[in-house]
Design a protein around this ligand. Structure first.
Ligand code: DCP
Length: 135
């Protein structure tokens, strides 16, 4: 049996806005927006992997909270999960991405409607909209 690798992505909400990052590769998804993250290394916890990925990709230090309910099978051996995260230090900048932006609920709905979200990440839209409506 092949071990299942996990890709962890960060759902960062602050001031009723969600942080999205624009992919620069591969060509199929370049220009589309995603929750930033990446593959956990073998033996690395999801939380540590997310902290490392967001440090590398955005230059921020985060604390990691609860997972979103939906997970997405990217391939038979690769599953995508999202963890809520809170920025403790730093301002997100696009190190590996084309751009980063904060979107409100309407902007998230619009990006979703126009097909500008990375396909796998669309599974999280309802939960993200619920988070954006809180407080
Ligand atoms: N992915 C996704 N949605 C996200 C984050 C990632 O669908 N919010 C997918 C895209 C890739 C896989 O997960 O198929 C791995 O993502 P990355 O390429 O961003 O991760 P790594 O940089 O860790 O992988 P690699 O080193 O293989 O490039």
């Amino acid at each position: 049996m092949t071990a299942r690798r996990v890709v962890v992505a960060g759902a960062i909400v602050a001031d009723r806005r969600l942080l999205l990052a624009q992919r620069s590769y591969p060509p199929e998804v370049a220009g589309m927006w995603e929750l930033p993250g990446g593959k956990a290394e073998p033996g690395e916890s999801r939380e540590s992997a997310l902290r490392r990925e967001l440090r590398e990709e955005l230059g921020v230090e985060v604390t990691v909270g609860a997972a979103l309910k939906e997970s997405v099978a990217l391939r038979h051996d690769l599953v995508l999960v999202a963890l809520r995260a809170h920025i403790e230090d730093g301002t997100p900048r696009a190190v590996e991405h084309r751009a980063v932006r904060w979107v409100d609920a309407d902007e998230l709905r619009r990006l979703h409607a126009e097909g500008s979200l990375v396909p796998a990440d669309t599974a999280w839209v309802p939960e993200l909209l619920a988070d954006l409506a809180k407080r």
